[in-house]
Design a protein around this ligand. Structure first.
Ligand code: CP
Ligand code: NVA
Length: 333
């Protein structure tokens, strides 16, 4: 069903296909926990292209590929000619002739699409400015693990509603039938194009899409989710974002509004919940702030499932690579 396919954006997949990948990842997680080998990609060669930095996505692709029996080569922004001396199209043809699969993290969605078209091998999107599809599989896998179902779940995303993670959450929830609310100031709400796309998908899955400015909208959350206020490549907007988004910080006052006292807190990470530990130290002094999008208290509370979520990046990326490139024979657990 997946062999030879790319994984570029969520809307290329049906609800059943996304659910299959999530369930396959849950299965692969069990195999890993029980030390059962799952070498679906023996001797395959995989290129990891990163134009932007990464901890989770890079580590997840590397460990997942090695668990599957494949070899990986990391190609960072200072390692290859791409974007400086060579076009994406020529790079795709060169790498496609040598590697069996290619991961790409970068700025433009059109770049990952060209790579897929020209390389002739499966290409996996490790984040662009538009979408973060591998993150979505991990997020909805984590929600399914926690609640045992994806039905009747209310996901409320608070913060920058116009970035890759917000776009992806909105459309993926709409495909999967999860109710989703985006809470952002008007200027940072999803574009009309993304909202219309999500509304069309939600009609089919019968999920409810809500876009709000007021933080009272968090009251119905089973899952409260946020992302950084300044995404990679937007650093020049830091001050304006802090000003616009300070009322949207996830803190105790906000979570006290949530009716379901068993709600969970999620974040794709990395997170600015302790500015002392990040490059944002100057912001701490200038604004007298210790935290940005979420307080340390909520980040480290019993509601937080962020590290289960980040571990699941590896299992879900493994499922994507094995399903699109592997010779699938699923052993019994
Ligand atoms: N969530 C995520 O993609 O993290 P990295 O940027 O560390 O890969
Ligand atoms: N929106 C963030 C996600 C990081 C995983 C960014 O693009 O920087």
């Amino acid at each position: 069903m997946f062999q030879g396919k790319n994984f570029l954006k969520e809307i290329d997949f049906t609800k059943d296909q996304l659910l299959y990948l999530i369930d396959f990842a849950i299965h692969l997680k069990k195999l890993k926990q029980q030390n059962i080998a799952h070498h679906y990609l023996t001797d395959k060669n995989i290129a990891l292209i990163f134009e932007k930095t990464s901890t989770r996505t890079r580590a997840a692709f590397t460990v997942a590929a090695q668990d599957l029996g494949a070899h990986v080569e990391f190609l960072g922004p200072h390692d290859i000619q791409l974007g400086k001396k060579e076009s994406i199209s020529d790079t795709a043809k060169v790498l496609g002739a040598m590697f069996d699969g290619i991961e790409f993290r970068g700025f433009k969605q059109s770049d990952v699409e060209i790579l897929a078209k020209e390389s002739g091998v499966p290409v996996w999107n490790g984040l662009t400015d538009a979408w973060h599809p591998t993150q979505m599989l991990a997020d909805f896998m984590t929600i399914k693990e926690h609640f045992g179902t994806l039905q009747n779940i209310n996901l409320v995303y608070v913060g920058d509603g116009r970035n890759n993670v917000a776009n992806s959450l909105l459309v993926t929830a709409a495909i999967l039938g999860v109710n989703v609310t985006i809470v952002s100031p008007e200027a940072l709400q999803p574009t009309k194009e993304i909202q219309n796309l999500a509304r069309d998908l939600a009609m089919k899955s019968r999920s409810k899409i809500t876009i709000r400015c007021d933080v009272d909208a968090v009251e119905k959350a089973d899952v409260i989710y946020t992302d950084v206020w300044v995404s990679m490549g937007e650093e020049d907007q830091t001050k304006a974002r802090i000003k616009a988004l300070l009322p949207y910080q996830i803190n105790r006052a906000m979570t006290d509004k949530i009716i379901n006292k068993d709600f969970v807190f999620m974040h794709c990470l990395p997170s600015f919940h302790d500015l002392n530990t990040t490059v944002m130290k100057e912001i701490k002094w200038e604004y007298n702030l210790n935290e940005l999008e979420v307080t340390d208290e909520i980040f480290n509370s019993e509601h937080s499932i962020v590290f289960q979520q980040s571990e699941n990046r590896m299992h879900t990326i493994k499922a994507v690579m094995a399903a699109t490139l592997g010779n699938l024979f699923i052993p019994k657990v």
